[in-house]
Design a protein around this ligand. Structure first.
Ligand code: UGA
Length: 441
């Protein structure tokens, strides 16, 4: 099938490469000339396991190409995917301007039937706005041309995006039209392992499904973080509680890991956008407000523990940070808990020596050169002479360090474990002062 994808960000690029991989003819369009030039040479602007090989293979096979020419894009694909960004507006709502500009562009150039597929995370009602925008442009052009709009939200996890796309739990197709529904079913047929993964529904329900999934996952995390804080006060151990509740198949073990707060480009933005959508229709989403508030507070937990340990005396201290990305297997630092911690430490006059397996360049880009941030190339170098170690991201490489060497390298053997990856009892035996999240041991 011939398909055009507008937007070569995270979602657009993964979608394009994966759809090419199963034999489709994909053209990815972006207004960023530098990015498109790089992509034509197979240079990927983001860190995502397996994506570079996938792009290279499909570029070489001629199934995947890149362009800045919107007209060419509209001519190319029967299906026109919109996968541009929907950044948060100042008030927390999703900013739709990029999505609607693409809708206008498609309507300006189309000469035949097109199916517009909303892949970006967009508030409920966006498909209607896309339809209205396009109808307006077509009316101005004085042409009467048929098109359909479909909502097909994505559920990719950063760091596992290619696998998530190729082996989806479900494929949500929101449409009110049989012709478009049939085309989307055909498109996704190669991804139906064992049974049909497609769940078809009306457009508004599809749009809401995306937000509902992320809000549900964020709620699970904030719930566990709340319980972790409570466990600490009650002398219970949240890790044992986690095992105890996860065994109930109605609850399950997924997404109930307490930590130093959720980050990334999705949960914070989507919870806030859904809250905003609720407000717009006169409904106060109290649970969502609490999920956000608990997360904001949770990002302070490591700061508070460090403050308490050093009795506020942080000026001139050196704190080692393991992990900068908001989670492992990505270089993304958007809304990362590491940022809250570093900014707190700087404010208190401490120096941060940090290592992350993927996000070092990103940290340099965000914070630039500053005296109180030293980026080093190994976990060992970060802890050398440091007053304490804070683990902020649970990369595998941090899970089983040489504790003996670690204790010798640190000026004082103190570990703040923001992801509960260590065994408190063992660390105490090894001579460390250990602080986890919600631990009593
Ligand atoms: C999330 C969803 O998991 C995807 O399904 C969705 O498609 C995506 O958002 C999106 O809307 O684009 P992502 O943001 O890549 O994916 O990352 P997650 O793996 O979900 O992690 C989000 C945050 O939650 C991380 O900061 C992570 O450390 C934290 N987390 C996760 C916990 O604190 N505890 C857990 O048990 C799980």
């Amino acid at each position: 099938m011939k398909i055009t994808i507008f937007g070569t960000g995270y979602v657009g690029l993964v979608t394009g490469a994966c759809l090419a991989e199963v034999g489709n003819d994909i053209l990815c369009v972006d207004i960023d000339e530098g990015k498109i030039e790089a992509l034509k040479q197979g240079i990927i602007p983001i860190y995502e396991p397996d994506l570079d090989a996938l792009v290279a293979r499909n570029l070489a096979a001629g199934r995947l190409s890149f362009s800045t020419d919107a007209r060419e894009g509209v001519e190319h694909g029967l299906l026109q995917f919109i996968a541009v960004g929907t950044p948060p507006d100042e008030d927390g709502s999703a900013d739709l301007q990029h999505v609607l500009v693409v809708a206008e562009t498609i309507a300006e150039h189309m000469n035949d039937y097109r199916v517009i597929v909303d892949k970006s995370t967009v508030p409920v009602g966006t498909a209607d706005k896309v339809r209205e925008t396009m109808a307006g442009v077509l009316a101005e052009r004085g042409v009467d041309m048929d098109f359909d709009v479909v909502s097909n939200p994505e559920f990719l996890k950063e760091g596992a995006a290619v696998g998530d796309f190729m082996k989806p739990d479900r494929i949500i197709i929101g449409t009110d039209n049989a012709r478009a529904a049939e085309l989307l079913h055909q498109l996704y047929a190669p991804f139906n392992r064992n049974h049909d993964r497609v769940i078809a529904m009306d457009i508004r329900s599809a749009e809401l499904t995306k937000y509902a999934a992320n809000a549900m996952l964020a709620t699970k995390i904030s719930f566990m973080n709340e319980l972790a804080n409570l466990a600490e006060k009650l002398g219970a151990d949240i890790e044992q509680v986690r095992h105890g509740i996860g065994a109930d198949s109605r609850i399950g073990y997924a997404f109930i890991y307490p930590g130093c707060g959720y980050g990334g480009s999705c949960f914070p933005k989507d919870v806030s956008a859904l809250e905003h959508t609720a407000n717009q229709v006169g409904y106060q989403a109290q649970l969502l407000e609490a999920v956000e508030a608990v997360n904001r507070r949770q990002k302070q937990v490591l700061c508070q523990k460090i403050h308490a340990h050093f009795e506020g005396d942080l000026a001139g201290r050196r704190i080692a940070l393991w992990g900068l990305a908001f989670k492992p297997n990505t270089d993304d630092m958007r809304d990362a808990p590491s940022r809250v911690l570093m900014e707190y430490l700087w404010e208190a006059g401490a120096e941060v020596v940090a290592f992350d397996p993927a996000a070092m360049d990103e940290a340099g880009r965000i914070y630039g050169e500053r005296e109180d941030l030293v980026l080093v190339n190994t976990p060992e170098a970060a802890v050398q002479g440091a007053d304490a170690l804070a683990v902020v991201t649970e990369w595998n490489i941090f899970r089983s360090p040489d504790f003996h060497a670690l204790r010798k390298a640190l000026k004082s053997p103190v570990i703040f474990d923001g992801r509960n990856i260590y065994d408190p009892a063992q660390l105490r035996t090894d001579g460390f002062t250990y602080y986890g999240i919600g631990r009593n041991q």
